[in-house]
Design a protein around this ligand. Sequence first.
Ligand SMILES: [Zn+2]
Ligand SMILES: [Zn+2]
Length: 440
Amino acid sequence: MQPRKCNGILDLLEFGLLPDLKGLYRCDYLSHCNLSPDPEPSFDGVLLSHAHMDHCSYIHYLRDDIPLFCTQGAKDIMQALDETGSTGTCELISLKESFQTYVNSKGGESKLYGEKAKKPRQYNIVENHFTVGGLDGEALPVSHSLEGATAYILHTSTGPVVYTGDFRFHGYKGDETRRFIERAAEVDPVAMICEGTRVNSTQVDSEEHVKEVAKERVEKTNGLVVVNFPVRDTDRMQSFYQVAQQTDRALVINLKQAYLLELFRDSGIDTPRIDDDHIRVYIPRKTWGVYKDDRFSEKIQLQDYDYWEREFLDHDNAVTAKNISENQDQYIFRCDFFELKELIDVKPEAGSSYIRSVCEPFDLEMELDLKKVENWLAHFGLYPYTHIHASGHLNYDEIKDVVQTVQPDALIPVHTQHPEVFKNLHDNVIFPERGISFEI
Ligand SMILES: [Zn+2]
Ligand SMILES: [Zn+2]
């Protein structure tokens, strides 16, 4: 169930999914629901830790005159979400003013849409030090599971407040997480807002282990290796890219991933490039499915694809299902739930294998989806499969270490279903409550 756009923010307020705060939400939505917007925003800025949907997707509802603070990597991911999303309703980088009309050239009333309705949001790219609302801030990169994750330290008049964002010690930026913890301890914070996704778990995870298991699996596979990892999990993409290098195969990514890698390249971010020897870009058949079909003109072939997709069609590293099917032992083919249909064209041969590199299902819907995936895999002879994953979050022992090292005056758990566990870690735990503000 999605909130109705025609009801602005009211569907979300109904269930407490957005807090009822003044001067925060976009004026076009408020006016449309007869809630008069404040002339000025009541907030100096929004600090975004990283571009996972549970953190960034409600930027959609913010006023365009509230400055946003994030890393270049996070902004690139949001730009990719805006420009390659199928619904086109993200509006994370630019807001598209809704419910507005204008007088057209014939004197009639027309709806405002497209480029005419676009209002860019105000982004401040954070690197080290920045200021917001007269306060000094520090952005400290951390390892999570995607590019551009950062923690923050905000120097308030009462003292420094630390926000961890989502973070972990393993992965490609583990040392940066350690540097953040050192710095957080050094500033002697009055409060630390700490994520606790896995505070109830003591399981030890590592991205290195994911890579080892995946490499072993690939080495033992004679045919095609099919893998699923989250589309924007750039750390996992890096792991499978390295496995591809070490096993002399190429990692086949999809168009959305290729688009994101191009944005990273333009920003100078160090990730695999799409023209690398060990990367290929998969061109799926869409709508009429006539890509490279000589019976149709190039114009008709192009019309199967969105504008942003077309730049990849003639790329040297572009591959089709036919290319993969003919040389199965040369590829590691990334294929998620929605792409399973591609296997009909790819036709995995005997001796092919599947690696599932996403988290375990944590609700009924995900369990049902996994069942469907397993049926597909069985059909294509890819069952049983290898499951290997490492979380983007600290476990209990690691959070305990962080709290003992940083020693904040107050500890504020967020992003957790088990806030009570934090009581074991600190004498002064403040549990956030809906609608309640507190002073430090
Ligand atoms: Zn996250
Ligand atoms: Zn999160």
